[in-house]
Design a protein around this ligand. Structure first.
Ligand code: UD1
Ligand code: MG
Length: 491
């Protein structure tokens, strides 16, 4: 039901090239029904503020810098918009027609068509705006508006049509009699206007009984002026849903999640259980990746081809490389290379950079640290503010003591180092390439490459690694020598 959009809104006859349309997004209202201290249009939907979805769809229809009317929570909304929009302040907020009136001065004066939509109608695809502009042009209309036929029209303005089927008015629910309330065709709140007509007509809107100026009154005014009003009926009424309370927000969230999942599946991503998989609108996923149940992918996350994410993975603002697996783990603002195995129960924190073929699991935590290729960190350990080389074995319980109570310090571990179980690296400290630490070593001073250190504080020892003659009685074998204890990467 949801993915027919492109086909059904196909703008069949876009007429001769015109000026780019201007656009207004209404977002000044208080959003009382949200019962929130956060402005309504900033409530997140699929990981982005509601209004971002509107801006993205407008951009898809060729409108890059709309005018956004702000009022309630103006500062926060303006900050969230940044330079993606021109903002116009509406204070006091006296209704949707008043909002359009105050924004007209901020519009590109050369635009001869104006799109108007609302910050709380976030599901409309770009094709709907394109179809609306085409309908305006074709009918030489003063207004083209989007309507939807819905089972439950409660809360929406109703589209009133005459015997010939032409729209003659929109009646707000508060002002509707019983017969009008029974109409199932509702106003979506998105319009294209003949700019010149709009500039002349907006001042003629009269205040309603509640003292509000309704943008919807323009329909009857256009008809009174003998101008055509075109209606584009949304093929999918879900597209036109307005969000006025948190119940509607959750419904929209569910629909948007479903659409996002379907988009990825159609692009060649396997999602084993879409109902338990939550993927933000901002996430990119490569071909033949597999998303296992219970997985959440958020923010600016990129999952490469053939990666397997989940079950029960939570990945935020991170890049996951090809063929990498992330199983039951949390990955935040981290970069993971190819063929890595993460989890179960690993936590990659901001600034973790994990090299190719690493294995990270079982209560391993990494923060602001780089691990070279082939390094293994299997069992409950913490690596923070560190530079770890290639093929390092990080023994169970190994920890970088990176914080001295005042400042953070760095730990550097060269390639091919073996950290015995429970190695404490008291930063700042460097362990040279190929060095080894014994079980429980507390490394407070730099270790030279190839050396072995044991104890607390850790001191170098010599090991007899290779025996060339048979052991004599009483002589410890290599296995009995003070061999530093690492963890076997294969256990
Ligand atoms: C509006 C329409 C209704 C339509 C519905 C679709 C009017 C009068 N009614 O009703 O026909 O069916 O949307 O969702 O237009 N806003 C301002 N300034 C104001 C008032 C509102 O900028 O002074 C903004 C709000 O922030 C919001 C949008 O306009 O983004 C719509 O306001 P809202 O109060 O949600 O109108 P609805 O009751 O939903
Ligand atoms: Mg609304």
């Amino acid at each position: 039901m949801t993915l027919r959009i492109g086909r059904l809104y196909h703008p069949a006859h876009v007429s001769s090239p015109q000026n780019a349309p201007a656009a207004i997004v209404l977002a000044a209202g208080q959003g009382t029904r949200m019962r929130s201290r956060i402005p309504k249009v900033l409530h997140p939907l699929a990981g982005r503020p509601m209004v971002d979805h509107v801006l993205a769809a407008l951009a898809g229809a060729g409108v890059t810098r709309p005018v956004v009317v702000i009022g309630h929570g103006a500062e926060a909304v303006a900050a969230a918009l940044g330079d993606r929009a021109t903002t116009v302040l509406q204070d006091p907020q006296r209704g949707t027609a008043d909002a359009v009136r105050v924004s007209l001065d901020g519009l590109d004066a050369t635009a001869d068509r104006v799109l108007v939509t609302m910050g709380d109608v976030p599901m409309q695809p770009p094709e709907l705006y394109t179809a609306l502009l085409a309908a305006l042009d074709e009918g030489a209309a003063a207004i083209a508006l989007v309507s939807a036929r819905v089972d439950d029209p409660t809360g929406y303005g109703r589209v009133v049509r005459n015997a010939a089927g032409h729209a003659t008015a929109i009646v707000e629910e508060a002002d509707a009699d019983e017969a009008t309330r029974a109409i199932g065709e509702v106003n979506a709140g998105t319009y294209a206007f003949d700019a010149a007509w709009l500039r002349g007509a907006i001042g003629r809107v009269q205040a309603s009984a509640s003292g509000e100026y309704y943008l919807t009154d323009l329909v009857a005014l256009a008809v009174g002026d003998g101008r055509a009003v075109a209606v584009v009926v949304a093929a999918d009424p879900d597209d036109t849903m307005g969000i006025n309370d948190r119940v509607a927000l959750s419904v929209a969230e569910e629909r948007m999640r479903r659409r996002i999942n379907e988009r990825h599946m159609r692009n060649g991503v396997t999602i084993v259980d879409p109902t338990s998989t939550r993927i933000d609108a901002t996430v990119e996923i490569g071909q033949d990746a597999r998303i296992e149940p219970g997985t959440t992918l958020q923010g600016v996350t990129v999952i490469a081809q053939d990666a397997v994410i989940g079950p029960n993975a939570h990945v935020v603002d991170s890049r996951i490389g090809p063929r990498t697996q992330v199983w039951a783990s949390v990955v935040e603002a981290a970069t993971v290379a190819d063929d890595v195995q993460i989890g179960p129960y690993a936590h990659l924190r901001p600034g973790a950079e994990v090299g190719a073929r690493c294995r990270i699991g079982n209560f391993a935590e990494i923060k602001k640290s780089r691990l070279g290729a082939g390094t293994q960190q299997h069992h409950f350990s913490y690596i923070g503010d560190a530079e770890i080389g290639d093929n390092v074995n990080i023994g169970a319980g190994s920890v970088t003591a990176n914080f001295d109570g005042t400042a953070k310090h760095r730990t550097i571990v060269g390639s091919d180092v073996k950290l015995g179980v429970d190695t404490m690296m008291v930063a700042p400290v460097t362990i040279g390439e190929g060095a080894t630490t014994g079980a429980g070593a507390v490394v407070t001073r730099d270790v030279a490459p190839g050396k072995t250190v044991v104890g607390m504080p850790a001191r170098p020892i010599e090991l007899r690694r290779h025996r060339t003659r048979p052991a004599e009685a009483g002589e410890p074998s290599a296995g009995e020598a003070p061999v530093p204890s690492g963890t076997d990467p294969n256990t």
